[in-house]
Design a protein around this ligand. Structure first.
Ligand code: GLY
Length: 396
């Protein structure tokens, strides 16, 4: 914590940034800034597209169509901002974006339905009770369930290609939230069974002895065996790609919330232990893009991984006690304070083309989206701030 304070004092000296007195004012400042910044982003993004990234090195911003796996994050973040500010103009923006996204509830081309439809329509339903939003989530659950492969008790993440027959990636843990939720909201009970089977297979096959995970498992559907364990976005097949570790931490914590299955809780605790005690997790707790990236400490950090981890740790802290709880809360607080500082967050409206956070990595091996702003970093940052406020300040 001393180091964080030193970092803040340094920023204060060179940028005039004043350290928020406490987390409540940090959250207030950041949500108010997010509201103004996302209004700017909405105004500057064509109504038919979603914001995707901004690269400060080239000064270029990219938008995406609604089939891109990140299309739910912008409307999802707008809903979170609306939840905090109750600003009806932000709600209108969120509603407008859902109209172009809704058709993707039928999408079956990959496993990303949770990111696309749960984060957007799920939040919309939670905040408005509009049954049309719930229907969109239930339909999307059916689309995602169509990718379930009973032979391997898992959802197929991507379609087969030259190299892979039936890829299942760790990220897929995140999409189980859509299925489990749908099963509790009038959807088929099979949705829950699929989520549980997928999580159990992930528990059995996707983790190494040290509680880090592989990125991609490639199955042979005929025999049910695993053909290979490789990476797509990590530094090496054997490495710990940071965002993948964050997806797993969040995913198992979330699965414990729904199922109360202790083996999911214990996996989440093991992953948290791996991450927080890792010798290459910097003291400011914003991970490098891969824990085994060869050039550490000169490798890019990944703010998106930190935001996902912070949000997950805030939830995991609810399920444990004492020192362990404090450890998770302290780590999440440090991450959020750093992400909210000028080192990671835009300062002025319109900076970074309307995004909140800087310094995320999409896929370094593909030289794609390296050290940029990304919608999902913003989404989990805002989610974590709201969780902090609702669970640890207002005790909801
Ligand atoms: N789910 C894709 C990624 O994390 O980059």
């Amino acid at each position: 914590m001393k180091k964080i304070i030193a970092v803040f004092s340094f920023f204060a000296a060179i940028t005039g940034f004043s350290q928020p007195a406490d987390m409540r004012s940090l959250i207030e400042q950041n949500l108010q800034f997010a509201a103004a910044q996302y209004k700017w982003l909405d105004k500057n993004t064509p109504d038919s597209l979603m914001p995707r990234n901004f690269n400060p090195a080239t000064g270029k911003a990219e938008n995406s169509n609604t089939q891109w796996w990140c299309s739910g994050f912008f409307p999802g973040t707008l809903w979170y901002i609306y939840e905090y500010t109750k600003d009806s103009s932000v709600r209108l923006m969120a509603e407008k974006r859902l109209t172009i996204l809704e058709k993707e509830k039928y999408y079956t081309g990959n496993h990303d339905l949770g990111f696309m439809i749960y984060n957007s329509f799920g939040n919309a339903y939670r905040l408005t009770g509009n049954p049309a939003y719930k229907d969109a989530v239930l339909t999307a659950a059916g689309s995602l369930a169509s990718r379930y492969r009973p032979q391997i008790r898992s959802i197929q993440s991507w379609n087969a290609n030259n190299r892979l027959k039936c890829p299942v990636i760790i990220d897929n843990m995140m999409n189980l939230e859509l299925l489990y939720w749908a099963s509790q909201q009038g959807g088929s009970q099979q949705f829950r069974d699929i989520a549980v089977n997928h999580a159990n297979s992930t528990l059995l096959y996707h983790y190494r002895r040290d509680h880090s995970s592989w990125h991609v498992l490639d199955y042979d559907l005929a025999s049910g065996s695993i053909r290979q364990r490789i990476t797509w976005q990590g530094a090496a097949d054997s490495s710990a790609w940071a965002r993948g570790q964050a997806w797993g931490l969040y995913g198992f914590t979330m699965m414990y919330r729904f199922s109360h299955n202790k083996s999911y809780l214990s996996k989440a605790r093991q992953i948290a232990g791996y991450l927080l005690n890792h010798p290459r997790l910097p003291s400011d707790k914003i991970p490098y893009w891969d824990f085994d990236a060869p050039g550490i400490p000169y490798e890019p950090r990944d703010a998106s991984a930190a935001a996902i981890m912070a949000s997950a740790l805030l939830e995991l802290a609810q399920y444990v006690k004492g020192k362990e709880k404090n450890n998770y809360l302290n780590a999440a607080t440090i991450m959020l304070q750093l992400l909210a500082s000028p080192a990671y967050r835009s300062r002025n409206i319109g900076d970074n083309n309307g995004f909140l956070l800087m310094h995320s990595v999409g896929s370094l091996p593909h030289k794609s989206e390296v050290d940029v702003s990304l919608t999902y970093a913003d989404y989990y940052f805002i989610e974590a701030l709201l969780r902090y406020q609702q669970w640890y300040l207002d005790n909801k």
